[in-house]
Structures are given as C-alpha cells and as structure tokens.
Design a binder for this molecule. Structure first.
Ligand code: PRP
Ligand code: URA
Length: 220
C-alpha cells in the first residue's frame, strides 16, 4: 500500500469507485458534474462503511429456495455519523440518505492554508449527548496531513468516545496522512477509496483532485 505501515486500513476495491473517482479527478469536470458524480461516489462509500461496522458479522439467512451465509447485522450500540465540514458534510448526507435517523455530529475544523504545516483550526462542534456510548463514523473525503482528522478525534475523545469505537471514512488519502494516523491512532479502522502518491509542497494530495470543498461548492 504505497509504502505505508498502517495495517488497519481498508482500501475499497470497486470498479465503480475507480470510474467515478477518475471523473472527479479530471480538472475539466465542472461544478455541476462534480456534484452529481461526487454524490454517486459518496453513496458507494457510505454503503461500504455500513457493511463494515463491527456489528456486521457472518450469519445465515433463509432464501425462498435454501440457505446462504454472509454479512448480517447483529445488535450493538447506536451509530453516530460525525462530519468535518464542509467536505465531510457531503459524505455525511450520503450516509444519512442510506440510513435516515442516524444521530449526527459536526466538528468544524479548517486547515489554515496560510500556515506552513496547514495547522487545523477548530471553530465549532456539536455532538449528540449520548455520543460516548455510540459507535462513531467520522467522515471526511480528504486525508492529507491528517491534521484535521486527528484534531476531530481529539474532540471525540474529550466527549468520552473510546477510539476503538471510531471508524474513519474517506475517499482519498496519502501515505503521509496514513502514517500520521497510524502513529496517533493505530486502532482506528480507516476505510478509503484509494491511497494516492504523496503530498506536494502545499500539502495537497498528488494526484488527488484539488480542493474537494471548493470544487463541489464552486468556490474555486
Ligand atoms: C479539507 C478536507 C479535510 C482537510 C484535509 O478541508 O476536507 O478536512 O482539508 O487536510 P489535512 O488532512 O491536511 O488536515 P478544508 O480545511 O480545505 O475545508 P473545506 O472542506 O471547507 O474545503
Ligand atoms: N484538502 C483537499 O480538499 N484536498 C487536498 O488535496 C488536501 C486538502
């Protein structure tokens, strides 16, 4: 996996993800198309995360014609979906469309693009009161330095969430971000659409797709 040592990483193997992601990556893809394709892609990521919750275990179902085994839901803690706006909100909405009624949290962290190391700054948080007894899916499509994700995990910890009850769902990551996550939180399961090559001098993912939020919301 591109030289990273993080073992707790699942890279989704899906031709649909590869196909849609390549359209997003294309610099010629305009805002409207980016939104349509991005929303289709986020829905696939959402499904891939939900079928990997720790409560999904091997089980058996009876079909009208026989029996079959595979991943089935088992009882467990409530699931809370927490986003890092803006881009994380897009993925959060996709998961909410699949599973309406999930509890929702927001941790607004933005990279300070004027700082050399793109320091993450926390502006706002709103989490459900019972989050400490929930399983949390933290969502953000981009993992670059991992500063934003690690800051968000600190906020979740301060709210009583155990890190083994956190999953991080992401579209594009890079070895630098995975290594930072592995150093701080090796126990957190990361589900991602792909691992790109590296970060450039501005800490943008290469080849990446540019700034997800700017391209989706047309603020380029
Ligand atoms: C992007 C992205 C992540 C962060 C990743 O957000 O959505 O939150 O950068 O970078 P990092 O791993 O180096 O912290 P950004 O701060 O650009 O905000 P946006 O979603 O509003 O574009
Ligand atoms: N945020 C993005 O949207 N893209 C990057 O490549 C890095 C941070």
């Amino acid at each position: 996996m591109n030289g990273t040592s993080h073992e707790n990483v699942t890279v989704i193997k899906s031709r649909a993800v590869e196909y849609l992601l390549l359209k997003l990556r294309n610099r010629s893809t305009g805002t409207e198309e980016f939104q349509k394709i991005g929303d289709r892609l986020m829905r696939i990521l959402g499904e891939e995360a939900l079928c990997r919750l720790p409560t999904v275990k091997q089980g058996k179902v009876e079909t009208p014609c026989g029996a079959v085994t595979g991943p089935v839901d088992t009882p467990g803690p409530p699931v809370c979906i927490v986003s890092i706006p803006r881009s994380g909100d897009i993925l959060q909405e996709a998961v909410r469309n699949i599973c309406p009624g999930l509890s929702v949290g927001k941790i607004l962290i933005q990279r300070d693009e004027s700082s050399e190391d793109k320091t993450p700054k926390l502006y706002y948080k709103k989490l459900p009161k019972d989050i400490c007894s929930s399983f949390v899916i933290l969502v953000d499509p981009m993992l670059a330095t991992a500063g934003s994700a690690i800051r968000a995990i600190e906020v979740l910890k301060e709210s009583g969430v155990k890190t083994e009850n956190i999953m991080f769902l992401n579209l594009i990551c890079c070895p630098e971000g995975l290594q930072a996550m592995a150093k701080s939180y090796p126990e957190i399961h990361i589900i991602t659409g792909c691992v790109d090559s590296h970060l450039n001098e501005d800490k943008y993912i290469v080849p990446g797709l540019g700034d997800y939020g700017d391209r989706y919301y047309g603020t380029v």
